[in-house]
Design a protein around this ligand. Structure first.
Ligand SMILES: Nc1ncnc2c1ncn2[C@@H]1O[C@H](COP(=O)(O)OP(=O)(O)OP(=O)(O)O)[C@@H](O)[C@H]1O
Ligand SMILES: [Mg+2]
Length: 282
């Protein structure tokens, strides 16, 4: 499915992705959208996940809450063009894109192109840490998202601070040199809010004060990214079309995936997997 979001110059785009299922993509996406809408920013939320969790959240959202324009990017309607289906009203200023699990490396670049911010939620478990090392490699190498552009940020999700898993995750992320821009507590408030179509900021503050603390740095970071204009590099397509219509990565010397530092290894963390381009991708 080709991503062809008809954008306008004032539209800012945040993409939430991690091919690992259940890492918190939808949670981060809907909470960000609810936050923007509550702050008088015309907001759209786009759901590329066929599971439709974001669509369900939007369906549950009470009408009296700040309006969010929702686009079901998985709906098929043969009577309209793809770009018509994905159209965003011209008064929308903020777009939040929720992506599906199990997305291929090549598809990543369709989402990251033209994004003002790319957020990767990660759970503190060894399996998730391994998965994210591959994802970061794919983002840097295949989608050509550069660390220096500063548009890529990790959100440590379902954090319980005094656990070994949390400390391993933080040390690992530090070793990747990718900023951890937010830490969200493991809290049932996210589950309750989601059931009601609300963001955590829309629950009674007496119940959520600690959860909301974790959002402050994330919202600051996102605000800075939104205020930083896109460069031609942000808009560049890293993939080249070749005869036959197959998309391939431009030929380049193989590069190793980012590996954790020796300290991270000493902490008992297995090494990050090296980046092996799948067969057929040059
Ligand atoms: N910080 C949190 N605290 C408690 N529960 C959470 C938190 N973040 C997410 N969850 C719960 O974990 C589950 C998975 O989260 P979510 O649906 O956001 O992940 P996802 O990455 O979108 O999953 P998928 O890959 O299936 O789309 C949901 O039930 C959600 O309510
Ligand atoms: Mg989801």
């Amino acid at each position: 499915m080709l991503l062809n979001i008809p954008a306008h110059p004032e539209l800012r785009k945040i993409v939430v992705l991690n091919p690992k299922g259940g890492s918190g993509k939808t949670t981060v996406a809907v909470n960000l959208a609810a936050h923007f809408a509550a702050n008088d920013c015309k907001t759209a939320l786009m759901d590329f996940d066929p599971q439709g969790s974001t669509m369900r959240w939007a369906h549950n959202r009470p009408q009296e809450r700040p309006f969010i324009h929702v686009v079901d990017a998985c709906a098929t309607n043969p009577r309209v063009t793809r770009s018509f289906q994905l159209r965003i009203p011209p008064d929308v200023r903020q777009l939040v894109v929720d992506t599906p699990a199990a997305m291929s490396a090549q598809r990543l670049s369709q989402f990251t192109r033209g994004a003002h911010a790319i957020l990767v939620p990660v759970l503190p478990s060894d399996m998730d840490i391994h998965a994210v090392s591959q994802l970061v490699a794919d983002l840097l190498l295949v989608a050509k998202v550069s660390r220096r552009m500063g548009r890529l940020g990790v959100v440590a999700n379902r954090v319980r601070e005094n656990t070994l898993a949390y400390r391993r995750l933080m040390r690992f992320l530090e070793s990747l040199n990718i900023p951890v821009v937010g830490q969200l507590r493991d809290s049932q408030n996210y589950v309750h809010a989601a059931e009601q179509g609300l963001g955590i900021h829309e629950l009674p503050p007496s119940h959520t004060a600690k959860d909301i603390e974790g959002w402050a740095p994330l919202i600051d970071w996102v605000g800075q990214r939104m205020a930083t204009p896109l460069t031609p590099r942000d808009l560049m397509s890293p993939l080249q079309a070749v005869p036959g219509g197959v998309l391939v990565r431009p030929a380049a010397a193989p590069v190793a995936a980012p590996t954790p530092d020796p300290q991270a290894l000493a902490a008992g963390l297995p090494p990050a997997r090296r980046y092996d381009p799948p067969a057929g991708r040059s």
